[in-house]
Design a protein around this ligand. Structure first.
Ligand SMILES: Cc1ncc(COP(=O)(O)O)c(C=O)c1O
Length: 422
């Protein structure tokens, strides 16, 4: 059977009984059903989102959600933690194998918590840090003044050059001036490979620790299709739900000498009891990522992003840095005379989830923006390749040029039905 052809199903006359949630709480059940339908009928091109497997979802919805397990495997403050210990240790071992890391802490509830814990361990309370500015493509948790990372640490930021790329000479200048304890490499809308060795050299020169945040490209790094900071940076933080295609959560990889400080900065420093059900989901996702087909998937994510950028450029759109090395394509809408917010809204009406995003030195405010961040992880999970990316690129160009969203709805719906959710 070819892709896109519908299987003929024999309709069973046995009705499935209502689920416990459906029986007990029709309102929550209805909202969740609505989200299922939204995901099924929407092409997600939000670069930070993906569709995890049914196995990951099953682990996250398991009974171990009831278990308190403060502490670490074999050193817990609660009894009955045998399964929690086994799961956490399995997740740690798989993560270390996947990334070639000396230590893995799988407890952070999120990427932001992972960053706060890592910064506390490496810089100490109130310590000086340097990271990439939000408006240049960095993340809030890299020292932005509205984030705890900017309130509790003394932060200075570096930007990007006129072409949208990190300029290591500028990074060195900011580090020389601020003398930080931690230099952060990584971003949220940076589409180019990062020279981790170059960052490490600057950190060493000024006696700083290097922290790499690979929240976005973690899956690509694990599969070896983009450069890895593991073994170069002292600490590597990430989320597990973006390209890595696991459950919502965070993780910290560390060199052996930093592992102890990271452990206590996560618990009891930044968190109480770990979310063991999420750690079980992480273990499942890392198991999936260790299989050969994960590398094929990640290569395809990258090829699809590259092809998407080519299609958009061919149609006359501007792409920040002129292309991509990873899963992100950042469109500069200034010449098209439309805002990121407007295109985001039109796209949603057509069944396409994308997000408005600041471009470097964006003249417009963050809720409006002059950019559109696109990503290929979720549509690649659905099975998209060359032709489907080309079709979706045509939709995006049409929407940017002011086309009626309704005129694209059928194309998007056909793609959703031909490539269902996993
Ligand atoms: C680079 C980077 N670090 C950290 C985070 C924060 O992750 P979370 O939303 O899980 O706190 C993000 C999220 O988008 C990110 O892009």
């Amino acid at each position: 059977m070819r892709r896109g052809e519908r299987k003929v199903r024999h309709v069973s006359h046995v009705e499935t009984p209502p689920s416990p949630l459906q029986t007990q709480d029709a309102e929550v059940h209805a909202w969740l059903q609505r989200e299922d339908r939204r995901q099924a009928n929407t092409l997600t091109m939000i670069a930070s989102e993906n569709h995890c497997s049914a196995a990951v979802r099953e682990a996250c919805g398991s009974r171990i959600t009831d278990k308190y397990a403060e502490g670490y495997p074999n050193r817990r403050y609660y009894g009955g933690c045998e399964a929690a210990d086994g799961i956490e240790e399995l997740a740690r071992q798989r993560a270390m194998q996947l990334f070639g890391a000396e230590d893995a802490n799988v407890q952070p509830h999120s990427g932001t918590t992972a960053n706060l814990a890592a910064l506390t361990a490496l810089a100490g309370p109130g310590g000086r840090i340097v990271g990439m500015a939000l408006k240049a493509g960095g993340h809030l948790s890299h020292g932005h003044d509205r984030s705890h990372s900017g309130m509790l640490f003394s932060a200075k930021q570096y930007g990007v050059d006129g072409s949208g790329r990190i300029d290591l000479d500028d990074v060195r200048k900011v580090v020389r001036e601020h003398q930080p304890k931690v230099l952060i490499a990584g971003g949220s809308s940076y589409a180019r490979n990062i020279d981790y060795a170059g960052f490490a050299e600057i950190a060493r020169e000024f006696g700083a620790h290097l922290m790499a945040d690979i929240a976005h490209p973690a899956g690509l790094v694990a599969a070896g299709v983009v450069p890895s900071p593991v073994g170069i940076a002292d600490v590597v933080t990430m989320t597990t739900h973006k390209t890595l295609r696991g459950p919502r959560g965070g993780m910290i990889l560390a060199k052996a000498e930093a592992a102890k400080a990271i452990r206590s900065a996560v618990f009891p420093g930044a968190q109480g009891g770990p979310l063991v059900q999420q750690i079980a989901g992480k273990a499942v996702a890392f198991g999936e990522a260790l299989r050969p087909e994960f590398k094929t998937y990640q290569q395809r994510v990258k090829d699809n992003a590259n092809w998407l950028a080519e299609c958009l450029i061919e149609a006359g759109l501007d792409i920040v840095t002129g292309g991509t090395d990873n899963h992100i394509v950042l469109v500069d809408l200034r010449k098209a005379d439309v805002t990121g917010a407007e295109v985001e809204e039109r796209a949603l009406a057509a069944g396409l989830a994308v997000n408005k995003n600041a471009i470097p030195d964006d003249p417009r405010p963050p809720m409006v923006t002059s950019g559109l961040r696109l990503g290929t992880p979720a549509v690649t999970t659905r099975g998209f390749g060359h032709d489907e990316i080309q079709a979706v690129a045509r939709v995006i160009v049409g929407l940017v040029r002011g086309g009626d969203p309704d005129s694209f709805r059928a194309t998007v719906q056909q793609l959703c039905e031909a490539y269902p959710l996993p």
